[in-house]
Ligand binder design. Structure first.
Ligand SMILES: Cc1cc2nc3c(=O)[nH]c(=O)nc-3n(C[C@H](O)[C@H](O)[C@H](O)COP(=O)(O)OP(=O)(O)OC[C@H]3O[C@@H](n4cnc5c(N)ncnc54)[C@H](O)[C@@H]3O)c2cc1C
Length: 337
């Protein structure tokens, strides 16, 4: 019998499969989309993600990121990473690197979708395969999470993300977050002549209609035509529990707050490590506690930042406050990496 069946071959699913293979577990990934997979993403790997990939022997090539810069029309705050750098990496490059490592370890990645799961005391069966456990790494909209009744309703207004690439040389080694009344546009350096711009907003408007809300950024980009736009959302996903019998949720499927602090991939990689440790020990229920502990800072700080951001009184004060309190801003940036 397969030890761990993984539904979804994004960063969370592939990292889970790599951890499982390294732990000596027999693992299989099911992924419906052909490789290399692209996705709406700011593509900034925080230092923790770079570290976690190195620990899995997954080499990634990109542009170093040395901190986070917040800007509005009058203020500018910068928090530098105190230790290692992060990295701007195209999703397709990251996916190819994770896929290569999984293949090296002999992990089969099968073309297919998990639409339903049946479980008994000792095993799960999904997509015609039987395994001891199933890792649901099927992303933000996770069909498995829905099927298992693990979604919690969220009455708050939704936020969406749109990403586009521009053939522009990066002008900074920071991820720049431009703030406006419409939302945030964050710019990630990806290579010598490429940047990614991800706009996060509550408005359902096309990318080109959102960009004028960020005049300083628009000025740098007007001469350049961008790539196709990719979108995602609603971003926030509330989840009742990470474990349902022999099914364990990982990555965005396990719950998501917002892309504002760019930690989704770090959290997916950390979750993958904890999931495999708990499955290997035969203690799946421990995963809930481990996941909560590992994501605590993110849930508290990113959650508070997004709540302040959408508050009409507090939102416009965030960048001025970060400018006036640089030590606090740097401490928070480093706390979330
Ligand atoms: C606009 C935006 C900007 C972001 N910017 C950043 C950033 O700068 N840095 C960062 O770290 N994070 C960022 N994130 C978050 C990051 O993209 C996610 O956290 C990350 O992709 C999560 O990986 P995952 O494997 O859980 O999900 P995904 O990458 O979505 O992968 C899920 C996989 O599951 C597959 N799948 C779906 N349904 C099924 C099924 N039924 N059966 C089998 N497989 C299935 C899908 O095809 C997909 O390949 C951003 C997100 C958004 C929306």
């Amino acid at each position: 019998m397969i030890d761990l069946l993984v539904a979804g071959g994004g960063p969370a699913g592939l990292a889970t499969a790599i951890h499982a293979a390294l732990a000596g577990l027999d693992t299989v990934v099911l992924e419906p989309r052909p490789a290399p997979i692209d996705k709406a993403c700011g593509e900034g790997l925080m230092p923790g993600a770079v570290r976690a990939l190195a620990a899995l022997d997954v080499p990634v090539v990109g542009h170093p990121i040395r901190g986070i810069r917040y800007l509005d029309d009058r203020h500018r705050a910068e928090g530098r990473f105190r230790h290692e750098a992060g990295m701007g990496v195209r999703r397709t490059v990251l996916h190819a690197a994770l896929s290569r490592r999984a293949a090296e370890l002999g992990v089969p990645v099968l073309a297919g979708k998990v639409t339903s799961v049946h479980q008994d005391r000792d095993s799960i069966t999904a997509a015609g395969l039987t395994a001891r456990y199933l890792a649901a790494a099927d992303g933000l909209h996770s069909p498995l999470r829905r099927q298992l009744g693990l979604e919690r309703p969220d009455p708050r207004p939704a936020r969406y993300g749109l990403r586009r690439h521009f053939a522009v040389a990066p002008w900074t080694d920071c991820v720049e977050v431009h703030w406006s009344a419409l939302g945030e546009a964050y710019v990630t350096p990806l290579g010598p002549d490429r940047i990614g711009v991800a706009v996060l907003t509550g408005e359902r408007l096309p990318f080109d209609a959102l960009l004028p809300a960020f005049p300083a950024l628009l000025h740098r980009l007007t001469a350049h035509s961008g790539s196709a736009v990719r979108g995602a959302g609603p971003m926030r996903r509330r989840v009742r529990a990470r474990v349902a019998g022999r099914v364990l949720l990982v990555g965005d499927a396990a719950g998501y707050i917002d892309a504002l602090t760019g930690e989704g991939i770090s959290l997916a990689l950390t979750g993958a490590a904890h999931l495999v440790r708990c499955v290997r020990a035969g203690r799946p229920l421990d995963y809930e506690r481990a996941w909560r502990r590992a994501t605590r800072d993110h849930r508290l700080l990113t959650g508070a930042l997004v709540r302040a951001r959408v508050n009409p009184l507090l939102g416009p004060r965030i960048v001025p406050l970060a400018t006036r309190a640089p030590a606090l801003f740097t401490a928070l940036v480093n706390r979330l990496t």
